[in-house]
Design a protein around this ligand. Structure first.
Ligand SMILES: C[S@@+](CC[C@H](N)C(=O)[O-])C[C@H]1O[C@@H](n2cnc3c(N)ncnc32)[C@H](O)[C@@H]1O
Length: 272
């Protein structure tokens, strides 16, 4: 089997870390996500995955984050069976396969062209109303192609921290300004997390830079009238942490008790 050579760098390369995390989770005896397609994709990529620094605790942590965002997406689809999903910075994430949305859902994956090319070679095209758009999410044109006729759920995992505050702000305003109603589901780093970014091997080794830190839901709520935070979960309080290896569980409990560190990462859900 010819394996895919990787030439991606920076933020684009970091999607191999989250892919590898889901792959490692899928072969654990009691997986969080059971994303076997991730393990299959990893086998078909020619890359030294040790470079990601992903191991037991970080693998389960990434899978738990993905699971929370999956659960929130599923809730939105159940309440809004005719809706648009904007899955931004999709990387090689199989969220659309895990959700298996009905044909009444318009699903749009977005990432940079080089990432989309790899995605198209490695992952099957899902059935239904599915489109993948090759673009930076910060460009104006891609969103104008998306009909604004339905409620929207924008899911973006591992994206906000790679954007500048200006680009992140504009992205939130463009989505909330375009659709009649919807939700934004995403993870973020707090400003302390941004300061400590060199401690994250996947970021450091890919030569990526984290920029936008979000400390309070109010920073997002004020970007659009009626935008309201309905969940802001600290990473150290995510459901399912009991699945972490013992060392990870202890580490999370310690961090949860240190005020300067416990807000390093969050997962948030906003409604408008
Ligand atoms: C940490 S990875 C996360 C990928 C995927 N969401 C996952 O969880 O596996 C970061 C992703 O953000 C994408 N990304 C970063 N900046 C972007 C931008 N301005 N427009 C589109 N995608 C972007 C990268 O290409 C990469 O796929």
């Amino acid at each position: 089997m010819d394996r895919e050579k990787i030439t991606l760098t920076g933020a684009q390369e970091t999607m191999l870390a989250t892919l590898y995390a889901r792959a490692l989770d899928s072969v654990r005896p009691d997986p969080v996500l059971g994303d076997v397609a991730a393990a299959d994709a990893v086998r078909r990529i020619d890359y030294d995955f040790r470079k990601t620094g992903i191991k037991g605790t970080s693998a389960v942590g990434v899978a738990l984050r993905a699971k929370t965002l999956d659960d929130w997406t599923r809730e939105f689809l159940a309440a809004n069976p005719e809706c648009t999903v904007l899955h931004l910075a999709c990387g090689l994430d199989t969220r659309v396969h895990r959700m298996a949305p009905p044909a009444s859902v318009r699903w749009i994956d977005v990432d940079f062209p080089e990432v989309v090319e790899l995605r198209e070679r490695l992952l099957p095209t899902p059935p239904g109303d599915y489109t993948v758009i090759s673009s930076s999410v910060t460009d104006d044109a891609w969103l104008e192609q998306v009909p604004a006729d339905r409620p929207v759920v924008a899911v973006f995992e591992g994206l906000s921290m790679y954007l500048s505050e200006e680009d992140g702000t504009r992205l939130v305003q463009r989505i909330t300004g375009r659709f009649p109603s919807g939700e934004l589901l995403f993870d973020c780093y707090g400003s302390m997390g941004i300061k400590l970014q060199k401690l994250v091997p996947a970021v450091r080794n890919a030569g990526a830079t984290l920029d936008w830190g979000i400390d309070t839901p109010g920073q997002i709520e004020r970007l659009h009238q009626g935008l309201t935070c309905v969940d802001a979960l600290r990473s150290v309080d995510m459901p399912g942490l009991e699945k972490l290896p013992l060392s990870g569980r202890i580490g999370m409990r310690v961090i949860a008790h240190i005020p300067a560190l416990r807000d390093i990462g969050k997962i948030m859900r906003f409604r408008f």
